[in-house]
Design a protein around this ligand. Structure first.
Ligand SMILES: Cc1ncc(C[n+]2csc(CCOP(=O)(O)OP(=O)(O)O)c2C)c(N)n1
Ligand SMILES: [Mg+2]
Length: 359
């Protein structure tokens, strides 16, 4: 990888035409019609999960939801570069990645409904649960990757984080440690232009990828709304990790089309013209145009995608609504692996409170 900070890699333009880029196109030369269709299908299904979950929150079925609208190509393109034995350390916004890794759909909204401390079992899909502490997962990924490196496991570890997270000490420390110890970790930054109401221009005076160069970590900027381009550069970074060449950094330039979470109102701090600009770069539309141009679009395929997306949407909705309420006392379980005096005290106090409330 080279210093491409001023020229993000792009393999497909917004109008669906391919870009001539011999270096990176070579990394996806095996991606044929069925895989292109699969990328499209997964992005549509991811958007459906997101739309359902957002609606469920509006209907009072979820406490909160962090929409990924607009970031489907960054998430699905990168997830397609990974194998099941690789490991993902995510932030809170990567429901599309969880879907691509085969998550049990009944668990995807569990945390956000307040029905459990977490969503899925990480061991099922080699992917951690939503991390609310911004940037913390970068350190966890680096530690896991370093251990894998010591054990000689030929795997890649990929951590997702946002533009805002690059201002956190945790990400800075993770970059430093990963570089010094050659940890096989891919730092995948989804630069969606905003950290809640803070625009990226306030986070950094240089392109974010340049922060990696300061640590001696190679990095690349990619058009994050081009699933094929994202797949190519992530495959390159993952290959480096697997072959013991150490960490890499990918800055995927994308846009958060929705609110930060369902508790946020982005119209308070950003102009509608900006949203409209990015709507014209919609990642799903771009892939659809590519499929149409290359004669890979037909009614059967359209029906297949609609059926799958309806099934997944219904599964998420039904599982959420029918999710059993937890016993309030479960709140104190699994906080620490061993009993902890403070937790035990809180458990007793809460039990007494509930007893009082019932009588
Ligand atoms: C350590 C820490 N500081 C602050 C917050 C509050 N917070 C939650 S998300 C967020 C912005 C993160 O922005 P970015 O990293 O760009 O990710 P995005 O939400 O855009 O995906 C902040 C400040 C937090 N959760 N954790
Ligand atoms: Mg952001």
């Amino acid at each position: 990888m080279t210093d491409r900070a001023t020229y993000p890699v792009q393999l497909v333009q917004p109008d669906g035409r391919r870009v001539l880029d011999r270096e990176h196109a070579a990394s996806v030369s095996d991606v044929g019609p069925e895989q292109l269709r699969q990328l499209y299908e997964d992005m549509v299904v991811a958007r459906r999960i997101d739309t359902e979950a957002t609606a469920l929150q509006r209907q009072g079925q979820l406490g909160l939801w962090p929409p990924l609208l607009g970031q489907e190509a960054a998430q699905i393109g990168s997830a397609h570069a990974l194998r099941p034995d690789d490991y993902v350390f995510c932030s809170y916004r990567e429901a599309a990645v969880a879907y691509a890794r085969g998550v049990d759909l009944a668990t995807i909204t569990r945390l956000w409904r307040g029905a459990s401390h977490s969503c899925w079992d990480p061991a099922d899909i080699n992917m951690t649960n939503p991390a609310i502490v911004v940037g913390a997962q970068g350190l966890h990924a680096t530690g896991y990757a370093y251990a894998a490196h010591l054990e000689g496991a030929e795997i890649a570890v990929l951590t997702y984080f946002g533009d805002g997270a690059t201002s956190q000490g945790d990400i800075a420390e993770a970059l430093g440690f990963a570089a010094s110890w050659s940890a096989p970790v891919v730092f995948f930054c989804q630069n969606n232009q905003w950290a809640i109401s803070e625009p990226v221009r306030v986070q950094s005076q240089t392109p974010l990828v340049r922060r990696a160069y300061g640590y001696g970590i190679p990095g690349v900027q990619v058009d994050g709304n081009d699933a094929l381009g994202v797949l190519a550069v992530t495959r390159e970074a993952v290959a480096r990790a697997r072959s013991g060449e150490g960490p890499s950094f990918v800055e995927a330039i994308t846009y958060r089309m929705g609110p930060h979470t369902t508790a946020d109102d982005p119209t308070r701090y950003r102009a509608s013209a900006e949203l409209e600009l990015w709507q014209r770069r919609d990642p799903i539309e771009r892939m659809r145009r590519l499929l149409e141009r290359e004669d890979l679009w037909d009614n059967d395929f359209e029906r297949r995608v609609r059926t799958r997306s309806d099934e997944v949407g219904a599964a998420v909705r039904t599982a959420t609504i029918e999710m059993p309420d937890p016993d309030p006392m479960d709140l104190f379980d699994h906080v620490y692996t061993a009993p902890h005096p403070l937790v035990e005290e809180e458990r007793r106090n809460y039990a007494a409170y509930l007893e009082g409330a019932r009588s």
